[in-house]
Design a protein around this ligand. Structure first.
Ligand SMILES: C[S@@+](CC[C@H](N)C(=O)[O-])C[C@H]1O[C@@H](n2cnc3c(N)ncnc32)[C@H](O)[C@@H]1O
Length: 248
């Protein structure tokens, strides 16, 4: 049963298919756990040239995606869904997308529409009429919303039960708990003269868990002190941080 459907309104549906159709998300789509459907906005134009953009009122550089094709495409997807679907516009002016936002979207919705702008952006009246929230991939400007939509769809879909083999696959990862993940190693035991930390081959699960927690705390403290400040440390965390300080 499909438990998360993401419809992506775009001028480049093949980019979306190529980006999200393989590996874990491709398999999850084949197994009908999730569905990711790109919709070609250009199919909804009313002019023979299939033009989707026009010059901005007030003058200036670039072209603006017109409201009509976007609106007709959006309305068609909502009609197919049988309801007004929660709609997110990919925008450098939106709220920054984080793991917490991915968790929220997966928890609160079973269907989402992601709208990809292009050129200089989209007519504000479409946003006013149809968009529930705007999300940004970061403080930089992309040429189009496709990479942002793919990143958001990926981050949300991997949280859907059944997409990954076990919830621990994402619960232990960077950002989910509020810490960065500890370093990981795989075979061979020695590579280019570099070994792996001894504790990881000790077979002592208690010691391994303690080492991993300590390294997660070390990494977060060194690379993202802002995250560590917000993190609710346990008594053991404080002890591990003290140990780190003593060792340095
Ligand atoms: C060149 S951008 C338009 C930027 C717009 N003129 C501005 O200054 O805010 C074209 C499209 O790329 C997408 N985009 C660009 N940067 C983005 C970002 N950081 N996060 C999400 N989407 C972005 C948006 O959908 C946007 O409509």
């Amino acid at each position: 049963m499909v438990t998360m459907q993401i419809d992506i309104l775009t001028l480049f549906p093949d980019t979306i298919r190529a980006g999200l159709g393989e590996s874990i998300l491709g398999r999850a789509q084949k197994n009908d756990i999730i569905r990711i459907e790109p919709h070609q906005i250009r199919d909804y134009t009313l002019n023979r040239q299939k033009q989707v953009d026009d010059a901005p009122y007030g003058g200036g550089q670039g072209m603006i995606m017109q409201a009509q094709p976007l609106y007709d495409c959006w309305r068609d997807v909502c009609r197919q869904a049988g309801e007004r679907v929660h709609t997110i516009y990919m925008s450098p002016a939106g709220k920054p997308f984080t793991q917490a936002e991915a968790n929220r979207l997966q928890r609160d919705y079973s269907r989402l529409i992601l709208v990809c702008g292009h050129y200089e952006g989209v007519d504000e009246r479409f946003i006013e009429a149809c968009v529930d929230e705007e999300l940004s991939l970061g403080d930089f400007v992309l040429t189009g919303g496709e990479l942002a939509a793919m990143a958001i769809a990926d981050a949300v879909c991997r949280l859907v039960p059944g997409v990954l083999s076990d919830v621990s696959c994402f619960q232990d990862e960077s950002h989910y708990s509020g810490l960065l993940e500890y370093p990981q190693y795989s075979r061979p035991l020695v590579w280019e003269g570099r070994g792996v930390p001894e504790v990881l081959v000790s077979g002592n699960h208690g010691k391994i868990a303690r080492w991993r927690r300590k390294e997660a705390l070390r990494r977060t403290r060194d690379r993202r002190p802002d995250m560590l400040e917000r993190f609710p440390l346990t008594g053991e965390d404080r002890e591990l941080l003290r140990e780190l300080e003593d060792e340095e």
